[in-house]
Design a protein around this ligand. Structure first.
Ligand code: PLP
Ligand code: ZN
Length: 406
């Protein structure tokens, strides 16, 4: 049993019953959000508090999740580390900086949180096939957790999806359609396939349950900080589903009285895929860009959950900014060299964003800031390595000596 009451369109307010499969609002095409009976959920949350200690996964927050917990053959989704890197703090002069390392999930990205909920939901609905469109991580996550429970997974990715992510999908045994075109093309085709073949769809910005998984990262950040939420959380943004989920999670915690202060949510996009930043700056509707960046996880031309993302930023007195590919690559190197934390470019964009915020005094060095690190560096090494080279030598000690002498 769950405490879900219904689903509600975030744009026109139309409601939908919790049973059955709903994606976008049939009235206006807006994204749907899952509602709860918060007073009942709060009671269960506090009753459950005592026994959740051993549950080192997203299921420790079962009272505020929309599905009954399922197991993934021993793979634990969530409860990832909050890293305190002394060296990075010193380098930046920020004593209160923390890194939420979601690359430690089973398929090495934050997307596992959403996949876990979507797979549980697809089982509840008796779906035989589950599909998604993805720049890479959502698909490798669906393929991986799907493999652990024997689900049939079919995936749509853009032609230029990272080799490592495609390797994951194929090895996990999913059927992969590489679409000649962009992520946005893959997305539209995946929806057509869902309609035509009756598959269950786990695409971001389409399936309302994904935010319910992604929000658990906000619960964890707050719990790991002893329920004393940070001043700001910096989130890399493509479709906007993660930052919308983080916002939902924080609102949930305020609703049940576990925290009282709302952190500022800072959205970081890439310069070449900055639709949400443009809308934040201009106040106009969210438009389309080329979606061009080496950070493939945020290479989104037409954000599908942009309204939620903007709301997350605006309602928390947050901010939205974009960073260049060069700044992202530099941030990858800083995180690896200084903290020993190897994340993919999309995740490192958060550090590039932090630097810019500090330079323009939009954040202060004493602020308690969390960078949300969304995916592992080995998922996109070609993009990150830049012009770094190894030296090649003969297997001879005198060659080593020559190099050491310079
Ligand atoms: C998906 C993803 C993002 C962006 O998430 P959205 O929900 O599309 O905004 C950021 N970083 C990584 C590593 C991702 O896989
Ligand atoms: Zn609507």
């Amino acid at each position: 049993m769950t405490f879900v009451t219904n689903l509600e369109c975030i744009e026109c307010g139309e409601t939908y019953e919790k049973e059955g499969i709903h994606y976008l609002c049939s009235n206006c095409g807006g994204n749907l959000e899952v509602n709860y009976d918060y007073s009942a959920a709060a009671e269960e949350w506090h009753r459950y508090e005592a026994k959740k200690g051993n549950e080192l996964s997203i299921w420790r927050y079962a009272p505020l999740l929309p599905v009954k917990p399922i197991q993934f053959g021993g793979l634990n989704v969530g409860w990832t580390p909050l890293i305190e890197s002394v060296r990075l703090k010193e380098l930046l002069g920020m004593p209160n900086l923390s890194l939420k390392d979601d690359s430690k999930n089973p398929t090495a990205s934050l997307k596992d949180r959403a996949t876990a909920i979507a797979l549980a939901r697809s089982l509840e609905n008796g779906a035989e096939v589950i599909t998604c469109a993805s720049t890479g991580n959502a698909a490798s996550s669906l393929a991986g957790l799907g493999a652990s429970i024997g689900a049939t997974v079919k995936i749509f990715v853009p032609e230029n999806a990272s080799r490592a992510k495609v390797a994951q999908m194929l090895l996990y045994g999913a059927e992969v359609f590489k679409v000649k075109g962009s992520y946005d093309d893959a997305f539209d085709l995946c929806i057509k396939a869902t309609e035509k073949f009756g598959w269950y769809n786990r695409s971001s910005g389409f399936n309302p349950y994904l935010s319910e998984g992604k929000k658990t990262v906000a619960y964890e950040i707050c719990e790991q900080l002893m329920w004393n939420p940070p001043d700001a959380i910096i989130v890399p943004v493509g479709d906007g589903c993660i930052i919308g989920g983080v916002h939902k999670g924080l609102k949930d915690l305020i609703e049940i009285g576990v925290i009282s202060e709302m952190p500022r949510l800072i959205a970081v996009q890439a310069d070449g895929a900055n639709s949400i930043v443009k809308a934040f700056d201009s106040g106009d509707e969210i438009g389309t860009t080329a979606g061009n960046t080496i950070a493939d996880g945020i290479a989104v031309g037409r954000p599908r959950e942009g309204v939620k993302a903007l709301r997350a930023v605006n309602e928390t007195n947050g901010y939205a900014l974009s960073v260049s590919d060069e700044e992202i690559l530099e941030a990858v190197r800083t995180l690896t060299e200084t903290a020993g934390v190897f994340v993919e470019p999309s995740a490192a964009a958060t550090l590039a964003g932090l630097n810019k915020m500090l330079n323009s005094s939009l954040l202060s060095k004493s602020d308690r800031v969390v960078l949300l690190l969304t995916g592992h560096g080995l998922k996109a090494p070609e993009a990150a390595i830049g012009d770094l080279k190894t030296m090649t030598i003969e297997p001879d000690i005198s060659d080593v000596e020559k190099v050491l002498e310079g």
